[in-house]
Design a protein around this ligand. Structure first.
Ligand SMILES: CSCCC(=O)C(=O)COP(=O)(O)O
Ligand SMILES: [Zn+2]
Length: 439
């Protein structure tokens, strides 16, 4: 019997008979064949890299299927079916290979086991391939600060689950550790953070790739390796693999936009982060100019009186009024059109506000770029955003671009001639970016 009912679920029977059954033996054989084949591709040479496949059995749901895994630290191309480990769905050893005479080491299951189990558990995978293919290693070195590999407009992207030719393929990169098992948490976090991904790159090391079946995992592994190889070759040709047209890598101030040298080496031979930074304007860059002209400025103009009245006693508004008084005094002395005297404080709040409003309206009409006006407008906008009377707008490609630059280790900062408050409250996107990433 291939399966037994347990707690209402079908579980692989771990009887000796099942462990010696055709599905298990076929999977052992398949795994040793694939080890040999992947060795030929350079994916599992020097004993590195590893493979695991679930024992496919129509009568057993995938989460309950047995797992076959390659042994650790061995010549992968010389594996035979008997060398394989068989594990329960939760990772308990059900069958281990017999020791071999000197110079073979005592048998041990792949160091990748905890990582493979994460892919099985979190993605319901049918097979996982850990490759040490050179291209999957080098592609993580082109930009040592990048946390993602991205590529688009390549036919082979279609071989990756859920992707078409025009899509951008994003593969997370995690940092290498001294021991394979120490990668487990970072791999799980990447799987969680990138719901669409079917692979995780390990910097200076290789890649983990999974699929619904061994065929799916293998096909995708071939496509991933092809794309990494293509990216490296395009880079060598000075071409940008990450853009749709794969045009020349652009230079900014002598630096490439996909610089290999994303940091500088100090006297201790340590890499210091590069000072690359993108300074973004708001109006017309992250946000349509019409949002500023048609929404922000009218809002400030229409709310001067209300804002001053509501916040008159606060230190902030008293400070704004002080600035305006100084500005208006200068304007009156220079005969600026529209400037009207502001009565002293003891004239009463209403009279002072009326004079302030008249002056501010004249300043706005003359489109004056003066601190007294900008500071007050900033405070009015901030109140508008806080009260949800204003809702910011960014172009649809802004959030993705911010994340991409951040992932590439590029610092992003915002600059705008309108007040500070206008952009940190511009949208949830920018606000989140500002607070969470602390750029
Ligand atoms: C030169 S291999 C170093 C260890 C490693 O990265 C690896 O993938 C080994 O996996 P194994 O299945 O042989 O434990
Ligand atoms: Zn490895």
């Amino acid at each position: 019997m291939a399966a037994v009912a347990l707690n209402g679920l079908k579980m692989a029977a771990t009887s000796q008979a099942y462990l010696e059954s055709t599905p298990v033996n076929d999977t052992r054989k398949l795994l040793s064949d694939l080890c040999r084949h992947f060795y030929g591709l350079g994916w599992v040479s020097g004993t590195g890299g590893s493979i695991t496949i679930k024992v496919h059995d129509e009568s057993i749901p995938k989460p309950q299927q047995l797992i076959v895994m390659s042994p650790s630290g061995v010549q992968k191309e010389r594996m035979v079916p008997e060398d394989m480990y068989v594990l329960s769905p939760s990772g308990c050893f059900l069958s281990s290979p017999s020791p071999k005479p000197y110079p073979n080491k005592p048998p041990k299951c792949s160091d990748c086991a905890p990582l493979f189990l994460k892919a099985y558990l979190m993605r319901n995978a049918g097979a996982v391939i850990h490759s040490h293919g050179m291209e999957s290693c080098i592609v993580t070195m082109i930009d040592p600060l990048s946390k993602e590999f991205r590529i688009t407009h390549m036919e082979m992207i279609k071989g990756i689950q859920g992707h078409g030719y025009y899509d951008e393929l994003v593969v997370p990169i995690i940092e290498n550790t001294a021991y394979e098992r120490e990668l487990t948490d970072a791999l799980a976090e990447a799987i969680e953070a990138y719901p669409k991904t079917t692979a995780v790159l390990v910097r200076n090391h290789g890649i983990y790739i999974w699929g619904d079946s061994w065929i799916h995992a293998k096909t995708q592994a071939e496509c991933y390796h092809y794309l990494f190889d293509a990216a490296i070759k395009l880079y060598q040709l000075g071409l940008d693999w990450s853009t749709p047209d794969h045009g020349p890598i652009k230079k900014y101030g002598g630096k490439t936009n996909m610089s290999v040298k994303a940091g500088t080496v100090n006297s201790n031979h340590e890499t210091e982060p590069s000072r690359r930074c993108i300074v973004l304007d708001i109006e017309g860059t992250t946000t349509p100019i019409s949002f500023v002209t048609d929404v922000l400025f009218p809002f400030a103009r229409n709310n001067v009186s209300r804002h001053l009245a509501a916040t008159y006693e606060t230190d902030e508004t008293q400070d704004d009024i002080k600035l305006l008084r100084t500005q208006v005094q200068n304007d009156l002395e220079q005969g600026i059109v529209g400037a009207v005297p502001i009565p002293p404080d003891d004239a009463g709040k209403e009279e002072v506000i009326a004079a302030l409003v008249a002056n501010v309206e004249a300043m706005i009409k003359a489109d004056r770029k003066i601190t007294a006006l900008k500071q007050l407008q900033g405070h009015i906008w901030r109140t508008g955003f806080q009260n949800n009377e204003l809702e910011g707008v960014v172009f649809e490609d802004v959030p993705e671009a911010l994340q991409k630059w951040h992932a590439s280790g590029i610092k992003v900062t915002l600059a705008s001639y309108v007040s500070f408050y206008s952009f940190i409250f511009l949208t949830d996107v920018l606000l989140t970016f500002y607070v969470v990433l602390n750029f």
